[in-house]
Design a protein around this ligand. Structure first.
Ligand code: BGC
Length: 448
């Protein structure tokens, strides 16, 4: 086996998102988000009855949670801001009490030597903005830029790494095409518009950052490499379409200023011709790109529209969310990114797995060998990409805690820290203890 190596100063951390862990979504003057609405509608949640009302109660336990991060040895923590805590109506009036929560979080992280990575939008759009059309309204780019300005003006400097959007593909595929996620629409004419406005919002926020910020800003995308099921022309063409839809739809405009041609074939008349000035707005120089990686897709021409995902494969391990464990895909996509888009610094901003967590042993230990094995293989995959010259600078494990897995509620546990939802007690799993040794040794322990 090749030796695993990471650069000095590799940023080892963990990630969460506001609605998934905070709880108290309406506290201290916050405005409701689309996830508040969605989770309270029993017709919409797959895991009915689960909401973010309490979640991990991080809003009330922030100090002790940061102490736990420090005890685990984390060097960085990626969190997201609930827009509606800061701007309850989405635009206009700033709610100081909501903003104060994030200021305290950042200050506490810094006091504990943990670098904050702040994501401005991880899916919890203020409901007041959804009432105005949400991401279907072209004004959404300005709403987002105004909100971003408030955050930059208050926190830039204390926060040195900013993320505009988390996973625009999931927002549009889940929220506007398939309806499994908030706001729950199913409309193929809406999906391209929502996507495009999200990317305009990203560009507009980066522009504001260049005026008022002095550090680093990037975009986070989820990439699932696509592999053809066979060598046939039909499977290969379907693979290119799936890749254009899920991966290049966001990276091409952000990095190259154009959309992949396949999108016109996929969406037909639902895919508009976008104005050149929009494309110029979207393509802003970025300081880094964040990549979330969970799995790959094997594609066949007769798979279902628009991803053409093929059948479940034999002889593979699948996680509790039904995703194939495929570490090689992470190496492949990192090399692909560098070859296609150039040398932009990369962070793995999410990677992890939901596995069945056995009940806690009598001594309180939570054993999660499948997660430990998943992590080991993915660390090696990143090291392989680094050895091939890809500039990967950090890794944020998804997730710090078991948390609300969106419409699947609390049924899927991604945490390296177990959360007992009855008592809210936190218990680091074996994977967390293992991760601590990885961080302490900068990965050297993986060679033992
Ligand atoms: C999201 C997380 C989510 C995770 C696991 C990513 O798509 O950013 O919020 O919990 O995947 O599904």
């Amino acid at each position: 086996m090749t030796r695993v190596r990471f650069p000095d100063n590799f940023l080892w951390g963990a990630a969460t998102a506001a609605y998934q862990i905070e709880g108290s979504p309406l506290a201290d003057g916050a405005g409701p988000s689309i996830w508040q609405r969605f989770s309270h509608d029993p017709r919409l949640m797959a895991n009915k009855g689960d909401t973010g009302d309490v979640a991990c109660d991080h809003y009330n336990r922030m100090e002790s949670d940061v102490a736990l991060m420090k005890a685990l040895g984390l060097k960085a923590y990626r969190f997201s801001v609930n827009w509606g805590r800061v701007l309850p109506e989405g635009t206009g009036r700033v709610n100081e009490a909501g903003l104060a929560f994030y200021e305290r979080l950042v200050d506490t992280l810094l006091a504990n030597g943990i670098e904050p990575l702040c994501t401005l939008f991880h899916w919890d759009l203020p409901a007041a903005l959804d009432d105005r059309g949400g991401w279907l309204n072209r004004d959404s780019a300005d709403w987002f830029a105004d909100y971003a300005r408030v955050m930059f003006e208050r926190l830039d400097g204390r926060v040195k790494k900013w993320v505009t959007l988390n996973e625009p593909w999931v927002v549009t595929d889940g929220g506007y095409l398939h309806g499994a996620l908030a706001p729950g629409h199913r409309n193929m004419f809406e999906a391209p518009i929502a996507s495009h406005n999200l990317m305009r919002a990203h560009g507009a926020a980066v522009k504001v950052y260049r005026e008022v910020g002095a550090h680093e800003i990037g975009l986070v995308v989820n990439i699932e490499p696509k592999y053809p099921a066979t060598d046939s022309d039909a499977d290969r063409a379907a693979t290119a379409r799936a890749d254009a839809y899920m991966n290049r739809q966001y990276l091409d405009p952000a990095m190259l200023g154009s959309y992949p041609a396949e999108l016109k074939d996929i969406f037909g008349e639902a895919w508009p011709d976008w104005p050149a000035e929009d494309m110029a707005l979207i393509r802003q120089p970025l300081d880094f790109v964040g990549i979330n990686y969970y799995t790959r897709n094997v594609v066949t021409a007769d798979g279902s529209w628009p991803l053409n995902a093929g059948p479940v494969r034999q002889n593979a391990t699948y996680t509790e969310t039904g995703w194939e464990v495929f570490p090689q895909g992470l190496t492949d996509l990192l090399v692909w990114f560098r070859d296609r888009y150039g040398d932009t610094p990369l962070y793995i901003t999410e990677n992890g797995a939901a596995f069945y967590d056995p009940p806690q042993a009598e001594d309180g230990r939570v054993q999660d060998p499948l997660r430990v094995s998943y992590l080991k293989k993915h660390f090696a995959a990143i090291s392989d990409a680094i050895a091939r010259g890809v500039d990967v600078r950090g890794y944020m494990l998804w997730s710090l805690f078991d948390n609300l897995e969106w419409s699947l509620g609390y049924s899927k546990r991604f945490g390296m820290v177990h959360v007992d939802y009855a008592t809210l007690e936190r218990t680091p799993k074996d994977s967390a203890r293992f991760y601590t040794t990885v961080i302490e040794s900068n990965g050297a322990v993986l060679n033992e």
